[in-house]
Design a protein around this ligand. Structure first.
Ligand SMILES: Cc1ncc(COP(=O)(O)O)c(C=O)c1O
Length: 333
């Protein structure tokens, strides 16, 4: 209510005022530092979520006669692909199919020549499937929907043409979307692209073509500072690796829990599992909630359970879950 002794909250001040401009610039600088973003990339702070980018990417990077490559590994890549089909020709570079329980091997990716870009989803949030490698398209810029994996592990940004992510997992509150785009890909938007959706216009105006989501941007800045203080992305990656390893080991060593994902494709962020008897699901969720372990139900399209281990989840939270799961197993075998 009295941000920086100004007598107002950060939500009440003008986004064009000096104080907020400082917040905005600092958040960008911190993100650049955390991800080692090269100088020839713009960082855009947008609205509309990752779902808006499903359309804005083809609107900004293709013409109606373009072909684009999509790797289909589950729900979110499917959604991205369906949207792209409304704008240009989509070539499926690989379809993991069969329940989407694994990531295709690099050798299975059939990228086309002359594609405007190649798109993939490094982490499928619902299926709990994650790439352990960065695909290499044939000369086309690589586009990644990093909504549920950004800042969870180190990535070489220079390998990407464009990275986008809804903020609400590892960055901050919903309402903010980050786009990291290589400069040579800016300025190609279709003529009928609304100005507020044109990367060139957005970049030229420092993401302030119109009023940005100021509070979400401010909160994201606080998260970036926290991440820097806690050792940066490398330390987060190590924590995430350990959390996921412990939980998968507990699942694999149990008689009643099962994770359906191929071991080399298991997500560090979203650990899915089923119970041997689906009729136990409800009591598992109720007892877990009573133990303070909430939101463990799988996404409505997938069922089962899902433990999301985003950066903000401490190891102690995972250990508490494992302990609860063991106790539940003792009474349900
Ligand atoms: C990988 C991925 N892509 C896209 C989305 C959609 O994001 P939004 O709700 O920000 O549009 C989500 C949401 O969970 C996601 O996990």
């Amino acid at each position: 209510m009295d941000w920086q002794q100004g007598g107002t909250s950060v939500m009440e001040i003008s986004h064009r005022g000096e104080a907020f401009m400082r917040v905005a610039a600092e958040a960008e600088a911190d993100l650049r530092e955390l991800m080692s973003i090269p100088a020839n990339y713009k960082v855009l702070f947008l609205q509309g979520g990752a779902s808006a980018q499903f359309a804005l990417v083809p609107m900004n990077l293709t013409t109606a006669s373009s072909t684009v490559d999509y790797v289909n590994t589950g729900h979110w890549s499917n959604r991205a692909m369906a949207e792209a089909k409304r704008y240009c020709r989509v070539h499926v570079a690989a379809d993991a199919g069969g329940g989407y329980s694994r990531v295709p091997a690099m050798s299975e990716l059939k990228f086309s020549d002359g594609a405007a870009y190649a798109h993939y989803t490094p982490n499928e949030t619902i299926g709990g499937v994650e790439f352990g490698y960065i695909p290499m398209p044939r000369g086309a810029p690589l586009v990644a929907d990093m909504s549920s994996s950004i800042l969870s592990r180190a990535v070489d940004v220079a390998k990407f043409g464009l990275i986008y992510a809804g903020a609400q997992k590892n960055i901050g509150p919903a309402g903010l979307t980050i786009v990291i785009v290589r400069e040579d890909l800016i300025g190609r938007a279709r003529a009928d692209t609304p100005r507020v959706f044109d990367y060139e216009q957005i970049a030229e105006h420092g993401s302030m073509l119109n009023t940005p989501p100021t509070f979400a941007w401010y909160a994201a800045g606080l998260v970036f500072k926290w991440l820097k203080r806690s050792g940066g992305v490398a330390a987060a990656e190590e924590r995430n690796r350990l959390k996921a390893e412990k939980l998968y080991a507990a699942i694999d060593n149990s008689q009643i829990y099962r994770n359906p994902v191929a071991k080399d494709s298991r997500s560090r962020m979203n650990v899915t599992f089923t119970l041997r008897k689906p009729e136990w699901d409800l009591s598992f969720l109720e007892q877990a909630a009573r133990a303070g372990l909430k939101n463990l139900n799988g996404h409505r399209v997938a069922g089962g359970m899902r433990a999301s281990l985003y950066n903000a989840m401490p190891l102690a939270g995972v250990e508490a879950l494992i302990e609860f799961m063991r106790e539940f197993e003792r009474t349900h075998s």
